[in-house]
Write a protein that binds this ligand. Structure first.
Ligand SMILES: C[S@@+](CC[C@H](N)C(=O)[O-])C[C@H]1O[C@@H](n2cnc3c(N)ncnc32)[C@H](O)[C@@H]1O
Length: 258
């Protein structure tokens, strides 16, 4: 069996419900990732208000809403029509004015050099043609535009946490399907090489991971598996954010060269 990206259609109608495993990406992942990305914008001197931003693989819209609240004009794309419907309804209920469309990162229905900012979070490890997705993103970015990302490293540590704990071990798994395939995980050097090929200069790579106690982490996965805590609670208990260790997940940014 290969990676099961159909899960985003099967259960993508309730990303914002804390009982849904997809909600794990909200609790502490979204604030943890967003705090870093916000700091990167400051570092590169991009004032967010009014920026055109593209969310590639937006899912239920967790990060799209954060960037919209910063004042960015956000477009979110995702191949899962169910997820896009959920994201659209949630943004509409908060009057956030985000534009959503069903599309893949390999084929963006967008004009060349029209975005100041693009981001792709927890998506690159779900696709089979990394070169094409990065190439498309580089195409729609303006020269000097910023690319933000996070993804999963291909290491023994990521096999343990993202494959064994999260989807294989009977007592701890959060889904009963192949949410991730270890072979699709990406080493930072591989990502840097693809970025370079598409004229995007890597600014930084840093770790993204749980800052909670490791024993408590596995215990809380088991608690969520038994339904004793929600996936939202599990995520908050992990206290995900910037860490030094890049061996499981990492995040960073690149700038499109002129
Ligand atoms: C783990 S979710 C991440 C969602 C969102 N970026 C977040 O961090 O909250 C992965 C998303 O990637 C999307 N996806 C899968 N294949 C894709 C592709 N080829 N291009 C763009 N998105 C894709 C899925 O539909 C899903 O919504």
């Amino acid at each position: 069996m290969g990676i099961d990206n159909q899960i985003y259609n099967r259960i993508g109608d309730s990303w914002w419900d804390e009982a849904n495993p997809l909600n794990m990406l909200h609790g502490s992942f979204t604030p943890g990732r967003f705090a870093y990305f916000r700091a990167v914008l400051d570092r590169v001197g991009l004032e967010p208000a009014g920026l055109r931003a593209l969310d590639v693989g937006c899912g239920g819209g967790f990060l799209a809403e954060e960037f919209a609240r910063l004042g960015c004009a956000v477009t979110g794309v995702d191949p899962s029509s169910v997820s896009v419907g959920t994201a659209r309804r949630h943004a509409d209920s908060g009057r956030l004015g985000i534009g959503y469309a069903v599309a893949t990162g390999e084929r963006l229905p967008l004009r060349d050099e029209t975005f100041d900012l693009a981001y792709c979070c927890d998506v690159l490890e779900h696709i089979s043609d990394l070169d094409r997705v990065i190439g498309e993103t580089a195409r729609i970015l303006k020269p000097g535009g910023v690319y933000l990302f996070d993804t999963i490293n291909r290491t023994g540590a990521s096999k343990m946490l993202a494959i064994k704990v999260m989807q294989e071990w009977r007592l701890t798994r959060v889904v009963d399907t192949e949410l991730h395939s270890w072979e699709l995980f990406i080493k930072p050097t591989e990502l840097e090489e693809v970025l370079r090929r598409h004229r995007m200069r890597l600014g930084e790579i840093t770790g993204l991971g749980p800052r909670s106690n490791k024993a408590a982490l596995v215990w809380n996965f088991a608690q969520a598996r038994r339904g004793r805590i929600s996936f939202g609670q599990l995520s908050r208990s992990m206290d995900v954010g910037e860490v030094k260790d890049t061996s499981v997940s990492y995040m960073g940014y690149a700038v499109k060269m002129a």
